[in-house]
Ligand binder design. Structure first.
Ligand code: MTE
Ligand code: MO
Length: 466
């Protein structure tokens, strides 16, 4: 527009949304007032981080927020002018140029930017503990600066020196604590737990419930592998939090913990929160994890530290952890306030009871079908009492063998890791096999679970047999 107002970058910088000023950003040569956008759009929070400056970097970083093209459209409506000639250029640094080197053959990749993948069935089925290189990855942005080489011997000491800021609730200085301090003060523990994205089994969800939460995105291809089982080592949040937030934790214990949420902040700008009561209960084994299966976390899984909240949706297990705080309301971040919410508008926290068929093999000699897979109780941490198989669409069921001997016994008195199971059934006239799990309280899976915006599907696992 030839007659539109012209601004310098310094003028734009003054309007950074502080002290009741509007929030302006630039994109290419345009100047935009995003004050209203910030309030209404889930991505507005992110773009708001560019307040007073160029939004180009955020545009690239949060590429997934505009695969609908919507953000670009909104932005044009908010245009208030352009930059003076000669000030239009913005940095063209590629925020994805220091991504970890990944072996494309060990995971099924859905997206490269941000990187998102699932664990192949073979890797899930081949061992009780999933290897870090095969474990699915769900990033929403580039991996923040923490790159290390696989052979790097400084990894362990970098973990020890990593710092986390524990923000004060009221006034006062917020202590920033080193991992080594946390370790010597509170000790370390190892817990066995599955990690599962709330969107796992989205493909079956779409097919069986018509849920359209993921339709048209690369995530509609999710099968059963946004999942893995590992031993996680770190520091108990049920020890750290009462020491750092005695008042709030004391109240939370008295009142069942209803009013506070623990907010976890990642170095990539990602945030999530989980009710304090869940995190404070030592039986829930919530930790700040530094190691997976005895090794420092890999860059994709949150090196040097992540929240590991057994039985809680992957989305709240914040990686590249740099900040912890308490809040009376769930944190106002898009992954908490827009994504990963159920149909009642609540943040998805606990994962449901689950069983998954990972392999079927027909033996033509014996005319038997061997079926194997995994089962876990999710948020309840109950033991799995039985897994059953049906070849007649659920009319009759037979029990599978659970490999109890390999289950790791941690400090925990709950079961957050999975069990592996196998069964042999007749292959005669069998065209489909399905499984369901029942936990120690008698809870069992339904044939098809209700629509939840594409999340936490846990109907019977059904596989066609050829
Ligand atoms: N933490 C940060 N900082 N950034 C992220 O993008 N993704 C979340 C969670 N924590 C995410 C994050 C989601 S949705 C999931 S499912 C898990 O991390 C995935 O963990 P993984 O990549 O180690 O498997
Ligand atoms: Mo996720």
């Amino acid at each position: 527009k030839p007659n539109e107002p012209v601004y310098t970058r310094s003028q734009v910088a003054l309007n950074d949304g502080t002290d009741n000023k509007p929030t302006w950003v630039t994109y290419l040569a345009g100047v935009y007032d995003i004050s209203s956008f910030k309030a209404i759009h889930p991505g507005g929070h992110i773009i708001g981080q560019a307040a007073g400056a160029d939004v180009g970097g955020f545009w690239e970083v949060w590429a997934h927020h505009h695969h609908s093209g919507k953000v670009g459209g909104y932005l044009e409506e908010l245009r208030i002018g352009r930059l003076v000639e000669g000030e239009e250029e913005h940095s063209t640094d590629d925020p994805y140029d220091s991504e970890p080197i990944r072996d494309p053959s060990v995971q099924t990749i859905f997206m490269e930017r941000p990187y998102c993948s699932e664990t192949p069935n073979k890797a899930l089925n081949s061992a009780y503990l999933t290897s870090p290189s095969a474990l699915y990855v769900r990033n929403h942005a580039p991996v923040p600066e923490c790159a290390w080489e696989p052979e790097d011997s400084t990894r362990e000491s970098n973990v020890q020196n990593h710092e986390v800021c524990f923000e004060r609730v009221q006034n006062g200085t917020s202590p920033t604590l080193k991992v080594s301090d946390l370790q010597s003060r509170f000790g370390t523990v190892t817990v066995t737990s599955i990690l599962q994205c709330a969107g796992n089994r989205a493909g079956e969800d779409i097919k069986n419930t018509g849920d359209s939460g993921f339709t048209g995105t690369p995530l509609e291809r999710i099968t059963v592998g946004m999942l893995g089982n590992a031993q996680w080592s770190g520091i108990r949040l049920s020890s750290i939090l009462p020491a750092l937030y005695p008042e709030q934790c004391g109240k939370a214990k008295e009142h069942g913990g209803g009013e506070w949420h623990v907010v976890f902040e990642g170095a990539d700008g990602y945030e999530g929160s989980t009710p304090l009561a869940r995190v404070l209960d030592p039986r829930n084994d919530c930790i700040l994890a530094t190691h997976m299966n005895g090794e420092p976390l890999s860059p994709d899984h949150g090196y040097p530290m992540r929240a590991l909240l057994p039985g809680i949706a992957g989305a709240r297990n914040v990686k590249w952890l740099q900040g912890v705080s308490l809040s009376k309301v769930p944190v106002d971040a898009p992954w908490n306030e827009y994504y990963y919410k159920n149909s009642f508008g609540e943040q998805i926290q606990q994962l449901p009871l689950q069983s998954i068929i990972l392999n079927t093999t027909t033996n033509s000699q014996t005319n038997k079908l061997s079926v194997s897979g995994v089962a876990y109780s999710g948020g309840s941490g109950n033991a799995i009492a039985r897994v059953e198989i049906s070849t007649d669409g659920g009319k009759t069921w037979s029990s599978a063998n659970i490999k109890n001997e390999e289950i790791k016994k941690d400090q925990s008195n709950k079961s957050f890791g999975w069990v592996r199971w196998s069964a042999n059934v007749s292959a005669e006239n069998t065209t489909e096999v399905c499984c369901r799990a029942t936990d120690s309280e008698g809870k069992t899976q339904c044939e098809i679970s209700p629509k939840q915006r594409g999340y936490i599907y846990n109907g019977w696992s059904k596989v066609e047999v050829i």
